[in-house]
Design a protein around this ligand. Structure first.
Ligand code: MRU
Length: 373
C-alpha cells in the first residue's frame, strides 16, 4: 500500500513533486458506525500493523502507551475518540452526557500536547446548541473530527511550503523525536519541509537523534524517512553536540507539543539541550508546528505541564531488556521547554514567526481563520 500524501508543483513551471509513504497514521472508515484505525507505532519498525480502537478506553490506552502519538495526531485521535464515546449515548441527552465523560477520560491521557485538548474542545463544541436529534448530533461530531484530520493534513503541506524557503542548500538537517507523517495527519510538521525539498530534487540528508528513552527517532523517524528514500543517519542523543561542532548539520528542525505566546516551546525531552548546542555552534534552530499547537492562554513556557512517565521506560529498554538495577530510582520527564531566545524561527501553516515572538505569534493567531480561541 503506497499512499500519496502530497502531490503538487512546488514552484511554477516545475515538474510535479510527490511524497508517497506506505502507511497511514490514522483513519476513520465509514459513517458514524464506522471503524477508527491507527497504525500501532509501538510495533514499529519491526511490524507494520493497523489496529482498531473501538472504545474510548482503548483510545485512551493507545494514547497513553504511544501507539498513536505526536501532537497533531493526538488532536485527531482524541477527536475521533470523543466521537466513539458519544455514540454510546442512547438519545441526544445521552450523547451529551457521554461527551462530557469521554472528554474527561481522554483529557487524562497525556497532559503536554495542546492539540489533544484543542481537538477535544472542537468536537465537544460542535455538539453544543439546539440539536435534539441523536443521529444529526452524532453526524455533526464526526464531521468535526474529520475536519480536524483534513485541516491538519493541509497545515502540514503549508508548513512544508513555508519551511522550504528557510532550508539551506544542500540540506543537512538534524531532528529530534518524530515530527513526521507518523505524528500528524499529513506529511509531518518538522519533516514536511524536508519531504518537500527531497521531492523537489534537492540534496537532502537528515540526522535523526535516537531520542531516548522511547526511541521515537530510531524507531520512527529513521523508518519513515527511509520509506520515503531520504538519506537518514541515526545518532545516539549524546552525539548531537559533537556532530554540530564538526559541521555535520547546517540546520535543526523539530516539532512542538505546546507553544506559549512568547515562543517558549515544549517538545520531546532533549530538544532544549539540542537548542543550546545549536546556539553555541550558530546552527539555525527551527520549530515547525500548526497553530493548533499554540496555547493562547499561556504567556510563557514555565507554566507548561510536563508529562512524567514511568521510570521503567528508562531502566527497561523496549519493555523487556533491564539495563538498570531493580528498584533504582528514575525520573522520566517526557518533554522540556526550549526558551524562545534559542529559536531562530517558528514555521506554521500561516507563515513564519520570527522574534520578537510576542508580536509575531499574536499576529499569526489573530490573523488565522479558525485559530485556537
Ligand atoms: O511522546 P511523543 O512521541 O508523543 O512526542 C512527540 C514529540 O515530541 C513531537 O516532536 C511533537 O509532538 C511534534 S509532532 C509533529
Amino acid at each position: 500500500m503506497t499512499l500519496v500524501r502530497f502531490a503538487a508543483k512546488l514552484l511554477p513551471g516545475d515538474a510535479m513533486a510527490t511524497v508517497s509513504l506506505p502507511f497511514r497514521t490514522l483513519a476513520w472508515e465509514g459513517g458514524i458506525d464506522g471503524r477508527f484505525l491507527i497504525l500501532d507505532q509501538r510495533r514499529l519498525p519491526r511490524e507494520q500493523k493497523e489496529i482498531e480502537l473501538a472504545t474510548v478506553a482503548a483510545v485512551r490506552d493507545a494514547i497513553k502507551s504511544l501507539a498513536v502519538r505526536g501532537a497533531p495526531a493526538l488532536g485527531a485521535a482524541a477527536a475521533y475518540g470523543l466521537v466513539i464515546a458519544a455514540r454510546a449515548g442512547a438519545d441526544a441527552a445521552g450523547v451529551r452526557q457521554c461527551l462530557r465523560e469521554g472528554r474527561a477520560c481522554l483529557a487524562s491521557s497525556r497532559p503536554t500536547a495542546h492539540n489533544l485538548f484543542w481537538g477535544l474542545d472542537r468536537v465537544a463544541r460542535a455538539g453544543d446548541g439546539v440539536e435534539q436529534d441523536r443521529a444529526r448530533l452524532l453526524a455533526r461530531l464526526l464531521a468535526e473530527a474529520r475536519a480536524i484530520e483534513r485541516e491538519d493534513a493541509a497545515a502540514c503541506e503549508a508548513i512544508g511550503r513555508h519551511g522550504l524557503t528557510l532550508l539551506p542548500d544542500p540540506v543537512r538537517a538534524m531532528t529530534q523525536c518524530n515530527a513526521g507523517a507518523l505524528a500528524t495527519c499529513g506529511i509531518g510538521s518538522a519533516l514536511a519541509p524536508l519531504y518537500m525539498a527531497h521531492a523537489a530534487g534537492r540534496d537532502v540528508a537528515v540526522i535523526a537523534r535516537e531520542t531516548r528513552p522511547l526511541l521515537q527517532g530510531a524507531r520512527l523517524t529513521a523508518w519513515e524517512l527511509a520509506q520515503a528514500g531520504i538519506d537518514v543517519t541515526l545518532i545516539a542523543d549524546a552525539a548531537a553536540a559533537h556532530c554540530l561542532a564538526r559541521g555535520k548539520a547546517n540546520c535543526i528542525i523539530v516539532g512542538a507539543d505546546r507553544i506559549a505566546r512568547n515562543g517558549d516551546t515544549a517538545n520531546k525531552i532533549g530538544t532544549y539541550e539540542l537548542a543550546l548546542a545549536a546556539a553555541r555552534h550558530r546552527v539555525p534552530f527551527f520549530v515547525a508546528a500548526p497553530l493548533s499547537t499554540f496555547d493562547p492562554a499561556l504567556r510563557a513556557g514555565d507554566a507548561i505541564v510536563i508529562e512524567e512517565r514511568p521510570g521503567e521506560e528508562i531502566s527497561v529498554i523496549g519493555g523487556s531488556l533491564r539495563v538498570a538495577p531493580e528498584g533504582v530510582c528514575c525520573a522520566n520527564p517526557a518533554f522540556d521547554v526550549t526558551p524562545a531566545e534559542l529559536i531562530t524561527a517558528i514555521v506554521t501553516e500561516e507563515g513564519v514567526a520570527r522574534p520578537p515572538y510576542e508580536r509575531s505569534i499574536d499576529a499569526l493567531l489573530a490573523g488565522a481563520a479558525g485559530a485556537p480561541a
